[in-house]
Ligand binder design. Structure first.
Ligand SMILES: [Fe+2]
Ligand SMILES: [Zn+2]
Length: 436
């Protein structure tokens, strides 16, 4: 940290309770013994050119706010009081709020409301003063239009043709940060997969690819970084030359690996092709063509299992297709070879088998499968809660060598939001699929 540390609590105590000053610079500092990673920004996001607040009116327990582009938005008074992020209502050292719901009088309303230097400024009975930047008010509005805007993101679903126009970025651009990195992030978000060219074959680069999107998540079967190459004796199918049909990695975890990072060091000319299937494309196909199967796969649980007798017995239970509150696809969880005995009411067994069969038929269909050769020096980032991966068989003596590690999806989405806030603020707060 080369920015000067903030003064400890004495300074905080003397800060005015209103947070109406211009956007403060982002800096880390210390409060007592604590290093602050949440510099105090109050109720503002630092988005340039947001339409200013030009008027405000109290209407019972609601506050109507007018903006410079003539838009009008309404906020509940208790919602505004609860969301006050001034230094009295929260601790900037850790971003923990002290204004909690139980402290919030349910019938509270503002005493005064006015537009002040482009902000909304309210005073409350008792004299507390709150200020809200217009960018914060617009981004956090919760009327129907605002919620529909945040829910507007949709995946770009794909089938076999993706191999002809594969989403690809260049290592030099992505690792340079800024718009090059945002391009990589958006392709991974929208397609569930992105190829990175020009990474090189230095094994040290595997971790650097992962760190584009977050810290590596160590797992029991794979460790920190896993070397996928044929070995004479292997516990895992990955370490043979056998074909691997498309699958989600480790669905028996409550929270399966998020983003798979594959880094190709050596490939082979015979076999060893990579296969990818978009689980969201299958789900949308079922929703349109086989609604009974879609209904079964979104409501009945399946169980995935991995057991090492006498050592560990891992199980997770949930629907193969997870939906969110809007009915949008949230995640896929399916590894046919790790499926436990079905465990649903007797009348549901046959229809659940039929539904799984309908899903599997698409997963194995060439129509849904994008097949390509991953070249040495390329990296591949795959959303393991959406896109299934597999490979064709290869000669175990060929020396094919792929390195593999995982990064949690929330780490990736967390970085995506912060980079978007800087470079594409209108889309920084979209509701993204939270996984399977
Ligand atoms: Fe795998
Ligand atoms: Zn406050």
């Amino acid at each position: 940290m080369d920015s000067p540390p903030r003064a400890p609590s004495a300074e905080l105590a003397t800060e005015p309770s209103a947070n109406a000053s211009a956007s403060p610079p982002i800096q880390h500092g210390t409060v007592g013994d604590i290093t602050t990673y949440n510099p105090h920004l109050g109720n503002r996001l630092g988005i340039d050119n947001a339409p200013a607040v030009t008027g405000a009116a109290i209407d019972g327990r609601q506050v109507h706010v007018t903006f410079a582009d003539n838009a009008q938005r309404t906020y509940a008074a208790q919602w505004l009081r609860h969301c006050c992020c001034c230094t009295e209502c929260g601790n900037p050292a850790d971003a923990i709020r002290s204004m909690t719901v139980s402290r919030l009088p349910p019938d509270i309303t503002a005493a005064t409301a006015e537009a002040c230097s482009g902000d909304l400024v309210l005073t409350w009975p008792g004299g507390h003063r709150s200020a809200y930047g217009s960018d914060w008010l617009i981004a956090n509005a919760y009327d129907d239009n605002a919620r529909q805007r945040r829910a507007a993101w949709r995946p770009v679903t794909w089938r076999s043709e993706l191999a002809e126009h594969f989403p690809t970025v260049d290592w030099a651009a992505a690792s340079g940060g800024g718009t090059g990195l945002l391009d990589a992030y958006c392709k991974l978000r929208d397609y569930g997969i992105v190829r990175i060219d020009g990474v090189g074959t230095d094994p040290e680069r595997t971790e650097q690819i992962a760190n584009l999107i977050g810290p590596i998540h160590e797992t029991t079967p794979y460790g920190y970084i896993y070397d996928v190459r044929a070995e004479p004796v292997s516990k895992l199918g990955a370490k043979t030359g056998m074909a691997q049909s498309p699958h989600i990695d480790d669905p028996f975890h409550y929270s399966p690996p998020g983003i798979d990072i594959f880094h190709c060091l050596v490939n082979t000319d015979i076999g060893g092709l990579s296969t990818y299937v978009d689980g969201f494309a299958i789900a949308e196909s079922l929703r349109a063509e086989e609604p009974e199967a879609f209904e079964a796969l979104t409501t009945l649980p399946i169980t995935h299992v991995r057991r090492h007798p006498g050592e560990i017995n891992m199980r997770s239970r949930g629907p193969l297709i997870r939906l969110d509150e809007f009915g949008r696809l949230s995640g896929i969880r399916y590894f046919d070879r790790a499926l436990a005995p079905l465990d649903v009411p007797p009348d549901d067994v046959d229809r659940l088998y039929d539904a799984i069969r309908a899903y599997s038929a698409r997963m194995e269909s060439p129509d849904f499968m994008a097949t390509l050769r991953v070249e040495p020096g390329q990296g591949m980032l795959i959303d393991n809660h959406r896109v299934m991966h597999g490979r064709t068989a290869f000669d175990p003596a060929s020396g094919r060598h792929i390195r593999l590690c995982h990064v949690p999806r929330d780490e990736f989405h967390g970085r995506l939001r912060e980079l978007s806030l800087r470079l594409d603020p209108a889309n920084h707060d979209l509701y993204l699929p939270q996984g399977s």
